[in-house]
Structure formats: C-alpha cells, structure tokens
Design a protein around this ligand. Structure first.
Ligand code: TRP
Ligand code: SF4
Length: 406
C-alpha cells in the first residue's frame, strides 16, 4: 500500500469522540484499522473533546470522564505511542485558532450542505443542535486534518463528506493565499536550486503533466520534489503548486481512507452502538459479557429445542461470522437447521471467543488504570510533538493570511 501513496500523503490523522466507554464495535471498526496504519504511516490519533462538546454541551462531564479511559483503551488495544502521537484536541489550542481563521473564508453554504448537519438534527431530536458550534463542527474537523497536513484520513462512510469539505477548504485557501506577485520568478529560482539534472527532469515532467495530463509524470515529479534536501519548505510549496499550475500549496488536500464497514453486529443484530443499547464494552466484566450473550435474542422460530431455525435470521450467527472458523460455522448451520443443537450450545463458542479477545485487553487496561501518571505522560509526550507540528502550520497559515503581526 505505502508505495502507491505519495510521500506528502504519508501522514494519517484520526480522532475519536470521548462520549462513553469503547465497545467491540469501536475495536473491530476503528481500532484494528489504526493498529495497521500505525505500522505504515506517521499517525496522529487524538481525543476529539471539542467535537464531543458540539453534541454534549448540555452534559459535558461525560467528556472529561471518558477521555483518560478512552486513551487507556487505545493503548490496551495495541495502539503504540512509540509509533503514533496521542493527544487531546483541547490541549492544542492551535486547533481553535486555525478553525477561526478558516471560518473567515468558508462559505456558509458549504457547511449547511454537509449531510450530517441535517441528518444528526433529525436523528437526535431531543437535542437542540441548531447551534453555531454544531454547524461549524465539520470545519473544526478540517482544521484538525489540515493542521497536520495529513494525506490520509481513515473515516467511516458518514464522515467522507467532511473530508470532501476539507479538500474544498484547502483548495480555496491555497487559491486565496497561495498567490504571490512574483510567484513564477520565485518558482524558477527554486527549480535552479535543485541542481541542473533535477531541474531539467522537473521541467520535463511538469511539461508532460501540464501539456498531456500525464498523471505518472505528476507522481514522479512530486516524488522528486519530496526528495529534495536543499530547498526550503516555502520553495517546496511553490514548486508543488507550480507543478500543477496553481499557486503555492500551503495546505495539501487530504484523501479519505474509507474504512471497511465493520461486520461487528450488536447484541440485537443491528449495528453495535451505544444509542441502541446493544453493546459489549471493552471493559465489561466476564459475568456481564456471558450474561449479555446468553440472553441475546436468537431466531424467534426456535421456541422449543425441537423447532428448526435459520441462522440467517439470528444475530448469534453474525457473531459466528466474526469469530468462528469454517468448521464451527458448518456445525452451527447444520445444527440449527436440523434442531440438533440448542441455542445455548450454539452461543458457547461465541462466548468463549469474545472473552478470549477481551482478556488481554482488559489485563493491559487494568495495568494502565493503576498507573494514571504513566498514561498522562504518554499523552503529554504526544501532545508536545503534535503541538510542534501544529505551531509550524499555524505560523505558515498566519503568514499567508498576513496575520503574522510584529
Ligand atoms: N468527527 C469525527 C467523529 O465524529 C471525529 C473527528 C474529529 C475526526 N476530527 C477528526 C476524524 C479528524 C477524523 C479526522 O467521529
Ligand atoms: Fe441462532 Fe444458533 Fe439458535 Fe440457530 S442455533 S437460532 S444460529 S443461536
């Protein structure tokens, strides 16, 4: 995968809202994906507490209560703070400043048209989400992403529109503020700084892209630029823009990395989600996990042991699809359709597999819970590193917007 992603896209950013305990849906849908990404890319994973506030402003204590536990669950699941920087959004106030600056140039219509704005208002009728903060929250997300010049943003289908908005915002920003009166001249000087051979190659590739739309030439030219050690960040931005026929690329456009829809069902067969009350939390006690699974509904046709059933109509089967091997799956199919096994027999391997999955996570979580100072220092370290990047970007943004005073 990594070889197809241009170097400037090698940063991954993702955030999660702290609004309660993490459950198996988060583990299978998000965290397992993070574990893979951290091996390949520079990753920034953050607790999106300001995002949580846009929907939980009337009950913010749950945000503070969930934050530390959420990071503990990330670590317990295998997120490696040596590979990824972990931080809390509100500890980096630069996110707020970038959000504010971007808000000046973002047309209202762009935000009103983001589908989640109307959808969530419909879905969460009991909350008043006709707020300034809620309308602006996709732009806050854009600020999160652009702050780290992230190329890849792993998101579920519901968040793709937010990455799309981010791309439009970046394009508009570069268009408005990436221009310079002597842009072409500066770009030509920068090309020369690459040395004769590289300069010649760059010009050839640029022509091939601009005259014939040669995408491969574009990719090669980008890689060439990325590899240059002797030119400044500013010159690189100029040349990325010059290459594509635009002004300086100060904020690069990110790509959404669509996460496969999680197959993890809830206890009732719907998607696992706290709002449906059908979750198994990563920290649920063994007895509670057993009880939840033992009492979860099965194919309603199986009233008595002798009634045949159909796994296709049973949420337990969906758990087998996640956890069981072929042999067990076959045993379930035959046993259910011929009424040879009871539903409790059928659930036994699922209960065992879920407990086996949770056990090491819970052990690690218990260790971290006993050392809150260690967790805090991990977060502080991640925050410091992330903040350095954030300051650098904000500095460039302010400079471009003529807001770097004195
Ligand atoms: N909005 C995301 C959610 O509700 C969380 C989030 C905030 C995020 N900022 C982000 C995700 C940046 C990816 C990138 O789940
Ligand atoms: Fe569901 Fe298994 Fe019972 Fe069939 S035997 S109804 S698949 S729990």
């Amino acid at each position: 995968m990594s070889s197809e992603v241009p170097a400037q896209y090698r940063r991954v950013l993702s955030g999660m809202r702290p609004t309660g305990n993490l459950h198996l849906g988060h583990y299978h849908g998000v965290l397992k994906n993070w574990l893979e990404l951290q091996q390949e890319y520079k990753c920034y994973f953050f607790v999106a507490d300001w995002h949580a506030l846009t929907t939980h402003y009337d009950n913010p204590s749950i945000i503070a209560d969930s934050t530390l536990n959420m990071v503990i669950d990330w670590l317990a699941a295998g997120v490696d703070h040596g590979l990824a920087d972990l931080f809390i959004q509100s500890s980096i106030p630069e996110h707020a400043e970038l959000h504010l600056l971007l808000s000046m140039m973002t047309p209202l219509g762009w935000l009103e048209r983001v589908p989640s704005y109307k959808d969530q208002q419909e879905r969460l009728k009991e909350k008043d989400l006709a707020t300034y903060g809620f309308l602006g929250y996709p732009l806050l997300q854009s600020a999160d992403i652009l702050m780290y010049k992230a190329g890849l943003v792993p998101v579920g289908a519901d968040q793709v529109a937010h990455v799309e908005l981010t791309r439009e915002v970046a394009r508009r920003f570069n268009h408005l503020y990436g221009g310079e009166p002597d842009f072409e001249e500066k770009a030509e000087i920068a090309i020369k700084k690459m040395g004769k051979k590289n300069a010649k190659m760059f010009n050839k590739l640029r022509n091939a892209y601009q005259e014939n739309g040669d995408q491969e030439a574009l990719a090669v030219a980008r890689a060439l630029l990325e590899a240059q050690q002797n030119i400044t960040v500013g010159d690189k931005e100029r040349l990325f823009g010059y290459l594509e026929g635009s002004g300086r690329v100060i904020l690069p456009e990110p790509k959404a990395l669509l996460t496969k829809a999680s197959k993890m069902p809830g206890l009732d067969g719907q998607k696992m989600s706290k709002s449906y009350g059908n979750t198994i939390a990563l920290r649920d006690k063994v007895e509670d996990v057993e009880k939840k699974l033992r009492t979860m509904p099965t194919d309603p046709a199986r009233v008595r042991l002798t009634d045949v059933g159909d796994p296709a109509k049973c949420p337990v089967w969906q758990f087998h699809e996640v956890y069981s091997n072929e042999e067990v799956c076959e045993w379930v199919q035959n046993g259910c359709k011929t009424a040879c096994i009871g539903c409790l027999d059928c659930k036994a391997p699922v209960i065992e597999a879920v407990l086996r999955e949770l056990k090491p996570m819970q052990e690690r979580a218990a260790e971290y819970t006993q050392q809150p100072d260690l967790v805090r220092s991990i977060i502080n370290e991640g925050t410091e590193k992330a903040r350095d990047v954030a300051k650098e970007t904000l500095d460039e943004v302010k400079e471009a917007m003529s807001m770097k005073l004195l």
